[in-house]
Design a protein around this ligand. Sequence first.
Ligand SMILES: Nc1nc2c(ncn2[C@@H]2O[C@H](COP(=O)(O)OP(=O)(O)OP(=O)(O)O)[C@@H](O)[C@H]2O)c(=O)[nH]1
Ligand SMILES: [Zn+2]
Length: 211
Amino acid sequence: MENNTQDAFDEENEGYVKIDRYNTAKTASISSHYTDILTQLGEDPQREGLLKTPERVAKSLQYLTHGYAIKPAEILRSAMFKEDYSQMVVVKDIEVYSMCEHHMLPFFGKAHIAYIPNGHIVGLSKIPRVVDAFARRLQVQERLTNEIRDCIQETLNPAGVAVVIECQHLCMAMRGIQKQNSVTTTSAFTGEFAKDKTRAEFLRLITARLH
Ligand SMILES: Nc1nc2c(ncn2[C@@H]2O[C@H](COP(=O)(O)OP(=O)(O)OP(=O)(O)O)[C@@H](O)[C@H]2O)c(=O)[nH]1
Ligand SMILES: [Zn+2]
């Protein structure tokens, strides 16, 4: 039998919760609903191209929502280091793939995140991991933005956190209002980033291009 059990990141570190990514019972149950849905859409679920589609969709949906099984605060806690560095740390252009909770269609784009250390820094890769943990759920962009900010603020306790997310929503492009190029920007700040000067520096850094 195919071994579907793996942890969320194929790593053994603390904070990476073991998940049954393609839980067998869940896959079977979701698949059977999709067989029904295909019929209701006027398709023939028995035709060759669709035979494995319900199972594929079931696995795909479990992957696209695997963030529920991840504990983002533990990810940060697993790589916090005491360091006497108190300048802004910016990680920008982090790819975001999420699903809007209203239509279950993708929204995707980039997150730009900064924090000002207050005794501790965090392993750089952990910031995109936190983004993924919250993005891989059914979301709205505003809540995604706030959840990332709050997780970093509450766990790392920095002097400030800044989160800017820019995304395109397929529910606004493929259907509904059908605006192909609109981009939604959301932002959330804490602490030092309430100050105009600090916020302006962050915004300058994320819009600057080095090459
Ligand atoms: N604020 C916010 N709205 C979102 C997000 N993703 C999708 N939406 C919106 O959710 C709203 C749901 O509105 P409804 O009127 O209930 O749904 P609908 O009839 O499908 O709306 P239309 O998309 O306008 O056709 C729509 O305006 C979507 O554009 C998000 O991340 N944040
Ligand atoms: Zn939507």
